[in-house]
Design a protein around this ligand. Sequence first.
Ligand SMILES: Nc1ncnc2c1ncn2[C@@H]1O[C@H](COP(=O)(O)OP(=O)(O)OP(=O)(O)O)[C@@H](O)[C@H]1O
Length: 325
Amino acid sequence: MTVIETNDLTKTFGDLTAVDSLNLAIEEGEIYGFLGPNGAGKSTTINMLLDLIRRSSGSATVLGYDPEENAKKIRQRIGVLPEGGELYDRLTGREHLTWMANSKGADDDIEAMLERVGLSAEDGKRPVGEYSKGMQQRLAFGMALIGDPDLLILDEPSSGLDPTGMQEMREIIKEEADGGRTVFFSSHILGEVEAVCDRVGIMNEGRLVAEGTLDDLRGDLDLGASISVEVSDPPRASALESLDGVRGVTVRDHTVDATLTGPEAKVRVVTDLDDRTTVEDIISEDTSLEQLFNTYTGNGEANTADSGQAVESAEEAETRQEVAQ
Ligand SMILES: Nc1ncnc2c1ncn2[C@@H]1O[C@H](COP(=O)(O)OP(=O)(O)OP(=O)(O)O)[C@@H](O)[C@H]1O
């Protein structure tokens, strides 16, 4: 089942097109990371899916319902962690969770939910105005999980969390998806997205400029791969450059750095070096999500240039990579 579907979904604010003809299809059980620099249109999209703002044109369904017609039905079956949270300073953590359970007609064990999101029973009795930012975020996440939702929509879920908090949140997100729930979350924290997402969509200036698994995106851009090998007695660079799949080699002290057409050439480089000398260490890195993100969004800088700008070509991306190396 397609849990979130949008067709040419568009939102304009005056002259500004915040979301431009967006087409998404997110399937049941997927963890989908919605990425993009500041101002890319992520929150505006989420707000349209939740009927917090009205679209200008196009269509959308969430769990099969049009948000503009059936927002209540959708809200009963989804959990939302809104950007910035919606907490009341004078109410306790437990009161927030109870309020959410009541409003959804759910019978969750409130103490168990506090524990699940890393808040103690004592924390649960304190007013939220006394919580740290991270504790507030944990509570907001707990509120999203109330009522066993079919879909979680999380806007910047790790905002304010420390590394342990982020790790715990990732584990819960994975547990939810393993249980068949769909998770749609926006983030600019690339490591987090890389760690949990099945698929990512990258927004820039209101447009979806790339979408797929990380492997798909790496393949589409032909960013290749690279490897660094530490050896006892390095050969000359030219000795390796004739190997199949090797684009370039530099040798510095005991380190040989090779840029490759793809990961399959790594073994050839290591085997060749192993025949010539003693291999002491291998540092192998695939293209990181950060590199992909920068390539698709122009270094992650929100800019106001022509919003019709599409994805740069693989050749341009490659040139950029080479220049950066
Ligand atoms: N109510 C509004 N009125 C006018 N412009 C708006 C409004 N809401 C959003 N925008 C504009 O729409 C564009 C997209 O904003 P949006 O908040 O969706 O971006 P975002 O990707 O969520 O960014 P961030 O990562 O900073 O939260 C921005 O240029 C923003 O200024």
